[in-house]
Design a protein around this ligand. Structure first.
Ligand code: BEZ
Length: 414
């Protein structure tokens, strides 16, 4: 008990010291500019918190099953920031990175550290749905803007939405509801559904079932292996027992790489068509999956091979900068950075007037590498097109090719 109190008081005093130290840096750098601009008659300059570097807390997984997703989002953000001279609204950008660790308690602790210890202006990131849910009250109550770069938890822009939360990526419903009817019409009248056993997996399958069942489809069985899994053998055997004509599954990161490889190894992919939200066969895992993934159908809001001027420019710049192909996560990081920069440019770098910053962010819209995007003013969730893709050979490589457009999707918000 005593130890916990000591630790709390040490943390509070470190936070106060950190704040003081950072204030000093801001004062030194900005006082002259503030004086020139706002005090023509030589009165003392009033320094606002908007004048130092923009402190951006970046909370992403840098370990475990979604490590590559976190790395890719970071690379996308850095690419965009470098392209605008690392400035937003005239302020330089300082990224403070923390590992979300795919653990909501850790994400909450790191989020608190970023807000109370580092005094960040904005937080960006979050890959796993439970982390986003864990951070919701913290950012809402502390009035800290959170720009979600991946985590799809529906509630974050529905029942638990907050004016302080914007989502640039997708809601879990958005990636799976639109493909249900298409899947019934074009692939299979009955299927097995499966997912990593956590919030995003269940929300994805529920959204898919909503439209698939309404179209007349039948789900013969459901299988939910744990998140961050290594051995899919028993789960693949369970799937084979149901003799499905197709499987519609949500897995991402190293789980997706392992599931597809092992499903091929045990023969499931010879017996059933493979489909799911695009994370299953996205460019981060395709090199490991190789030919096992050929033919898989998926729905997603982007593909490496989308032939638009914006995507061609983005994928080229990304390859040049990082010497590897972009992924949907990299694109989301790139767009997250752009949303922050455009909002800050609109407020002249001011992050203290929250109402003005929220208004500026809500008004941001542009043609992204994925196509046109904007924010739903009611929910702050992204409005965007959803594509149907198939893994095909493209020259000597294997990539997702877009061959259908399911239209612009807006999360229902309830
Ligand atoms: C999620 O937890 O929301 C999620 C993680 C990886 C890919 C897609 C969604």
């Amino acid at each position: 008990m005593r130890k916990a109190e000591d630790a709390r008081s040490r943390r509070a005093s470190t936070a106060r010291m950190t704040r003081r130290r950072l204030m000093g840096v801001a004062l030194g750098g900005a006082a002259a500019v503030a004086g020139k601009l706002t005090e023509p008659f030589g009165a003392p300059a009033v320094l606002t918190a908007a004048s130092g570097p923009l402190k951006l807390g970046v909370l992403l997984p840098y370990s475990k099953v979604y490590q590559q997703l976190g790395e890719d989002i970071t690379s996308g953000m850095v690419l965009y920031f470098e392209g605008v001279g690392s400035k937003a609204g005239g302020r330089s950008i300082a990224m403070i990175r923390e590992d979300e660790e795919i653990d909501p308690q850790v994400a909450l602790r790191k989020g608190r550290k970023l807000i109370e210890g580092d005094n960040v202006d904005i937080i960006a990131g979050l890959v796993a749905s439970p982390s986003a849910l864990a951070l919701r009250d913290l950012v809402h109550n502390s009035k800290t803007l959170l720009v979600i770069a991946n985590a799809g938890a529906n509630a974050v822009t529905r029942a638990r939405r907050s004016p302080y939360i914007f989502r640039v990526s997708f809601s879990n419903w958005q990636t799976c509801y639109p493909i249900g009817k298409w899947f019934y019409d074009n692939v299979a009248r009955s299927c097995l559904a499966g997912a990593s056993d956590y919030a995003a997996g269940h929300e994805d399958i529920n959204a898919f079932k909503e439209s698939y069942l309404a179209a007349g489809g039948k789900v013969v069985a459901e299988v939910y292996p744990p998140l961050n899994n290594t051995d899919y053998g028993p789960y693949v055997a369970q799937m084979q027992k149901a003799k499905p004509e197709a499987v519609f599954v949500f897995f991402a990161g190293s789980d997706a790489a392992r599931f597809v490889t092992q499903a091929a190894q045990y023969g499931l992919l010879k017996e059933a068509r493979l489909a799911g939200p695009g994370f299953l066969v996205e460019e981060d895992v395709l090199p490991a999956q190789g030919r096992d993934a050929l033919g898989a159908y998926s729905s997603l809001h982007w593909a490496l091979t989308l032939q638009t001027p914006e995507n061609i420019a983005f994928t080229r710049a990304y390859r040049e900068r990082w010497k590897r192909d972009a992924t949907v996560y990299a694109m989301q990081g790139y767009d997250t950075a752009r949303v922050i920069v455009e909002a800050l440019n609109a407020t002249g770098g001011d992050t203290t007037n929250k109402a003005r910053l929220i208004e500026a962010m809500a008004a941001v819209k542009f043609v992204s590498p994925r196509g046109p995007i904007s924010f739903d003013p009611e929910t702050h969730n992204v409005v965007q097109a959803m594509y149907v893709r198939q893994v095909r050979e493209v020259g000597k490589a294997i990539h997702n090719v877009v061959f259908g457009n399911l239209g612009v999707t807006k999360d229902p918000g309830t």
